[in-house]
Design a protein around this ligand. Structure first.
Ligand code: DGL
Length: 265
């Protein structure tokens, strides 16, 4: 395997750029090929069959681009299609759910963990299974928060409508004495300051973007796959409206985006 090959990162749209941002900070010498399915986002309200079909299409696309590692940045795809993706891939696959579950189990003291995500992610109970695989005694309190994605895409990161929505979704979780909250959706890290205020300082927020980047760093080191080169190349592939991806994406990434390619299936 050529260590100079990029890491393939994929999401239903722009949200996975929070993972690219975390990777860029943790692994600044790695090349990245990012795929965002901007024509078909959001996935979180679609059926398991549809999400799995899209996920295998994207996996095949990135494998054709020759990547050395795949990172499923989308919680919804990881929740319902993780096995299908792994079955297809000859290269290692990491996903945000396993990373987030491990970090949450490490963080909790009370043994009560809240998990928020899209409807598909929460209905799949994938986080509950992943958390229980690490510690069966932990109590998981799940909650779907479908309004967060559109509010974040609108850029309402510190807006009274977002605050009210967050209170509505999260106060019941706090009332159930959670001490850890998993941000189980690519978009949610952008709401961290507001969510922290709503749940209070005693609740630890788990950002899967950070934890999956740590896992990627460990995996590349253990398999001698870290890029020996220094000239870093980021390629972005989307299925529609590249201008909006570029515009909103800069907010997710925290810096300018390289040229964006449009993929016609
Ligand atoms: N990327 C999705 C996730 O992490 C959120 C957006 C969507 O619903 O497609 O669950």
């Amino acid at each position: 395997m050529n260590a100079r090959l990029p890491i393939g990162v994929f999401d239903s749209g722009i949200g996975g750029l929070t993972v690219v941002r975390a990777l860029a900070a943790r692994l600044p010498h790695e090349n990245i090929a990012y795929f965002g399915d901007t024509a078909r986002v959001p996935y979180g309200v679609k059926s398991v069959e549809t999400i799995a079909h899209y996920a295998t299409q994207i996996t095949t696309f990135l494998l054709d681009k020759q990547v050395k590692l795949l990172i499923v940045a989308c919680n919804t795809m990881a929740a319902v299609a993780s096995q299908a993706i792994r079955d297809l891939s000859p290269v290692p696959v990491l996903d945000v759910i396993d990373a987030g579950a491990r970090a949450a189990v490490r963080a909790t003291r009370s043994g009560r963990i809240g998990v928020i995500g899209t409807i598909a992610t929460i209905n799949s109970a994938a986080y509950t299974s992943a958390i229980h695989a690490h510690d069966a005694a932990v109590q998981v309190v799940p909650r779907a928060c479908p309004l967060f994605v559109p509010l974040i895409e609108e850029g309402w990161l510190d807006h009274r409508v977002t605050r009210l929505t967050a209170e509505e979704y999260l106060i019941p979780l706090v009332q159930q004495d959670i001490d850890t909250l998993v941000l189980g959706c690519t978009h949610y890290p952008l709401l961290k300051p507001l969510l922290q205020e709503v749940v209070g300082g005693e609740v630890t927020l788990i950002d899967s973007a950070d934890t999956v980047s740590e896992q990627a760093a460990a995996l590349l080191a253990s398999q001698a796959l870290a890029n020996p080169g220094t000239a870093v190349d980021y390629q972005y592939y989307v299925t529609d409206v590249p201008q909006r991806f570029q515009q909103v994406g800069e907010r997710f990434l925290g810096r300018a985006l390289a040229p964006v390619h449009v993929v016609n299936w």
